[in-house]
Ligand binder design. Sequence first.
Ligand code: ARG
Length: 280
Amino acid sequence: MPRTYLMCPPAYFDVKYVINPWMDATTPVDAELAVKQWDRLRETLIELGHRVHVLAPQVGLPDMVYAANGAFSVDSTVFGARFRYPQRAAEAAAHQAFYARLSSEEAPGEDAGGTRAGWRFVAPTEINEGEGDFTYVPGPGLILAGYGFRTEPAAHAEAQEVLARPVISLRLVDPRFYHLDMALAVLDDTTIAYYPGAFSASAQAVLRQLFPDAVVASESDALGFGLNLVSDGRNVVLSAEASDMAARLVAAGYLPRLVELTELKKGGGSVKCCVAELRG
Ligand code: ARG
């Protein structure tokens, strides 16, 4: 099944402030290479048959390339983001405007001229960083949600009200994995992959109970951004650095597609951070 994604080119990407342990404002970023690598990622998704919308980048918002943080949608309802740090706050409005424009152009899951209702955007009250800390498992219809560094636990209850799906709250405990999408990924309708050490002991027990057949990743898989992946249920796009994780995925029956994202790693993100999924 083709998916619909949203990406934002790293035209103004840089590391000038530090809001996660991966960022170092003294390390230079090769802006041209960042754009090339991002293009390759977008082309890979298109080659796999998916549709990629592009959000216009804005001067002064260097982290806007991490489009996954701008919202979280399920069943054509879009739960907007509210960023933890002021440096990224203005990104939320750009995403909201994107969904407003999209709604006026087409209905979710259909081409222009469809008869279904458009995207319903709901602005948040609590701090939450979109798909950075929320993900959806279609089979059981569950939302998995992280907290501890960015998203407020109160936003999990808010998401459950807005999206009418059960939200499972998972506490993140390792600052290197400050977003859920650094430590956990949905591979298909019922399968997830995760690195247990990123979660509290209780959250690990919850994940074992709900997903006994999960692909369990190692610390080095997670440090290589191997869990920061995008899967369409069969093809899994992930960082070229994560070769052990790719082998694990092959063993589990998936088809890994490796992409180089060395420049965007300097901001503390990889494949998944750059790709928001629109679930119409
Ligand atoms: N520099 C960005 C931040 O710290 C990176 C965001 C990565 N995005 C993600 N979905 N994990 O907010």
